[in-house]
Design a binder for this molecule. Structure first.
Ligand SMILES: Nc1ncnc2c1ncn2[C@@H]1O[C@H](COP(=O)(O)OP(=O)(O)OP(=O)(O)O)[C@@H](O)[C@H]1O
Ligand SMILES: [Mg+2]
Length: 367
């Protein structure tokens, strides 16, 4: 898949911008605060209806403007597709695909797909488990449509279960909360086990790729591994093990008024040379590890979608020395449509064959 046109209106510092990228490697060049990351963010938003910086819609709306609009057009397989997303201070967000309004955000996941890398993504290595869960959920949702529905269903049950846990105490005479809880537990374990199984399958499917990409960037013998740590027990047991865990933690859950086990509490363990990256990785190692994970996910999505997704890479050069950067740039031409931002173009030109250069300053294209 690739984009042939990106039109933005009142997105971040961008007033009006229209660009026609080429299907291969596009370099977005400009000084700090020009709007480079914002262009990538808008493309990502057009694919997933969310910001890769985790920004709320009103933050994305250009200050002082009424309506923000993102329009993407391009090819998915053999068919041309157009996405339009608009929202404003007094307008609810509206998403259109080929001119037709869609009501469920999940339906947008049938069209353009994107893998992004921004410098803040090293939070994957250093940040809290929720950062890693969000990343897994985002890319699994892109790879597998039913995953997103399962996740929404799971979250719905958790909310109801937690409301029940808050409302009652376990020692209450009345047995009906327990009966209700058992209903929620059965449903939670069924859908939760599916989520865990899918996460495990993805993690296993790309484990070797992660090690491979890490070695490509670091050109050494270092070994990057990752594994899933489930709070719901060993997943070989699936639904039954999860149910057991829910039962074991019931007293605690009533006490705290929340559900302490399940995929919403799970984590990913990322390990470099047998040391958890969270405690030991250097900035450069963290960046290489995060990039290795993103490139591996890119391959995974390309495989699942039967064509490469868009690849959005923000400030590849910061924190990476010259050798590592050169190793990375050599990979880029093979990856379908790539958008690469930089403040320093010369550094990136070696090894990568740049097809199109988009120059930007103060939110505007410079011709
Ligand atoms: N809602 C908004 N309205 C107006 N301006 C905004 C809004 N959100 C962000 N900005 C501004 O947009 C500018 C561009 O931000 P962006 O992160 O895209 O820059 P950049 O080109 O990636 O810069 P850098 O090289 O420093 O990463 C910044 O000056 C930022 O403060
Ligand atoms: Mg930036």
């Amino acid at each position: 898949m690739y984009l042939t046109s990106v039109k933005l209106s009142n997105f971040r510092n961008i007033g009006e911008l229209e660009m026609h990228p080429n299907p291969a490697l596009n370099l977005i060049v400009g000084p700090n605060a020009a709007g480079k990351t914002s262009v990538l963010e808008a493309i990502f938003y057009g694919c997933t209806a969310r910001s890769f910086r985790g920004a709320a819609d009103d933050v994305l709306l250009r200050q002082g403007a009424d309506v923000c609009r993102i329009e993407l057009a391009g090819m998915i397989g053999d068919s041309s597709t157009a996405i339009e997303i608009a929202w404003g201070s007094a307008h609810k967000r509206q998403i259109k695909v080929d001119g037709v309004k869609i009501t469920r955000v999940a339906d947008l996941f049938d069209y353009f797909h994107a893998v992004s890398f921004i410098p803040e993504d090293t939070e994957l290595v250093f940040g809290s488990p929720s950062v890693r869960r969000k990343m897994l959920d985002l890319y699994l949702s892109q790879a597998d449509r039913s995953y997103l529905s399962e996740l929404l269903e799971y979250n719905r049950i958790i909310t109801q279960r937690n409301a029940l846990l808050k409302e009652f105490t376990i020692d209450e005479e009345n047995a009906s909360p327990l009966e209700m809880l058992e209903v929620w537990d059965g449903q939670l374990a069924a859908v939760g086990a599916k989520i865990i199984a899918k996460r495990l399958a993805m993690i296993a499917a790309i484990a070797e790729k992660i090690a491979h990409y890490y070695r490509t960037v670091e050109s050494g013998e270092s070994l990057l591994r990752w594994s899933y740590e489930s709070s719901a027990g060993d997943n070989a047991g699936g639904r039954e093990t999860f149910l057991d865990k829910l039962l074991q933690s019931r007293r605690r859950d009533f006490y705290f008024g929340s559900t302490s086990v399940g995929p919403h509490r799970d984590d990913l363990m990322i390990v470099l040379n047998d040391r958890p990256t969270r405690d030991y990785a250097s900035q450069g190692e963290a960046k290489s590890a995060t990039l290795a994970i993103k490139f591996a996910i890119f391959d995974y999505l390309a495989d699942r979608l039967h064509e490469p997704p868009l690849l959005l890479l923000d400030e590849l050069s910061s924190d990476l020395d010259y050798t590592r950067l050169a190793a990375l740039t050599k990979l880029l031409p093979k990856l379908g449509q790539v958008f690469l931002t930089t403040t320093k173009p010369a550094e990136l030109l070696q090894g990568a064959s740049i097809q199109g250069e988009i120059k930007i300053a103060s939110g505007k294209l410079i011709s």
